[in-house]
Design a binder for this molecule. Structure first.
Ligand SMILES: *Cc1c(COP(=O)(O)O)cnc(C)c1O
Length: 354
């Protein structure tokens, strides 16, 4: 069959999202790092109220949302840009800053969308291996003559680096952007938001998909100095001015009002995570030190696929990344205490069966 697709996409390998089964009732879904907790009731109510005005376009600038989020994180409204999930702001950053003279550097093991955006946009990728312990070595990026994108904490490894290390990199490469994807920062990482006025090359991305139980609503933010946000707004108004729906703007605003609820839930996830990690280590697993709402674990050096399949047979979904260094690992999101007890029981049973 003839293809009409431009040849420039001939080698495009799209991102592969984790499985979203249509019926999740009998499954324990630990494969896409969502929150196991429902949105706050105020969020449900706000989205319902907003639905009554769906005949009208949403506020393209999302002013109320910008003001509320800026106040929450201690910046000014012109330093934030709400987007359709943080995937959108990441995409726009690649669009705005990457080109054939300005490659994008990122680790060999990180969020799968970075290589996809680079390939889609024809931006050369500089892939930098993580250290043997799966942490980022900031020195590898100093003087690299490329923009850098780092997830901190990183995914799927769960490992964080310090704010001091991020600052050292921002200072060392003033001629290039440093994009820090803080999707998991509420689970024990150190945010770099307070550095945006000091380093005009810094862009931070946030999401409401994880700690704020809003993955289906699609809400993310870019946070940077006013000049960077203005540039990214130029991209936004060239693509999709109404990028955050009125339902999501209302839900996001209500989620900010319910911040205490979400932060308490994030703290609960951290407790369950640390408990679960300890029990898995006792069973002989190698579990990386996690600052996120998931664990990255291996059992010996073998392919983790049989373990994934055994878990799947028991109704437990986890994620496995087929890559030379990730093959022995599974990434398991942290669910409720009850869910994690069931998972630990299942793992014990699988190990007994050999
Ligand atoms: C989940 C995730 C995102 C966020 O995706 P959304 O588009 O906001 O749902 C961004 N970066 C990383 C590393 C993630 O794991």
């Amino acid at each position: 069959m003839k293809s009409f697709m431009s040849m420039k996409y001939a080698s495009l390998k799209p991102y592969v999202p984790g499985e979203q089964p249509l019926s999740v009732n009998e499954l324990i879904k630990l494969n896409t790092n969502e929150s196991p907790f429902p949105p706050h009731e105020g969020v449900v109510r706000a989205a319902g109220d907003a639905a009554k005005r769906l005949n009208l376009y949403c506020d393209a600038r999302a002013r109320e949302l910008c003001e509320a989020y800026a106040a929450l994180i201690g910046v000014s409204p012109d330093e934030v840009l709400p987007t359709n999930g943080s995937d959108e702001i990441l995409y726009w950053a690649f669009l705005a800053y990457g080109d054939s003279d300005n490659p994008m550097a990122f680790p060999d093991i990180t969020y799968g969308f970075y290589p996809v955006y680079a390939s889609l946009l024809g931006v050369p990728a500089r892939v930098v291996p993580l250290k043997d312990d799966m942490s980022v070595n900031v020195d590898d990026y100093i003087g690299i003559r490329a923009h850098t994108v780092l997830a901190n904490p990183n995914a799927p490894t769960s490992v964080a680096i310090t704010k001091d290390e991020i600052e050292r990199l921002a200072r060392a490469n003033p001629g290039h952007m440093l994009i820090v994807d803080e999707a998991y920062v509420d689970y024990g990482g150190e945010s770099c938001v307070s550095l945006i006025r000091k380093y005009e090359n810094l862009l931070i991305t946030h999401t409401f998909s994880k700690s704020r139980s809003l993955a289906g609503g699609r809400l993310g933010f870019g946070v940077g100095c006013a000049a960077r946000i203005a540039e990214l707004n130029a991209i936004k108004y060239s693509i999709n001015p109404y990028n955050v729906s009125s339902l999501t703007q209302a839900a996001g605003l209500a989620a900010i009002e319910a911040n205490d609820y979400y932060m308490a839930k994030a703290a609960e996830i951290c407790e369950i995570r640390d408990d679960c990690a300890e029990k898995l280590r006792d069973l002989g697993f190698n579990v990386l030190k996690s600052s996120a709402n998931f664990l990255f674990l291996s059992y010996g050096a073998n392919d983790a696929r049989p373990l994934c399949e055994a878990l799947r047979a028991r109704g437990i979904l986890v994620r496995h990344f087929v890559g030379p260094r990730t093959l022995p690992y599974i990434r398991m999101s942290i669910g409720t205490r009850g869910q994690m007890n069931t998972v630990l029981e299942a793992i014990r049973a699988i190990l007994r069966e050999g």
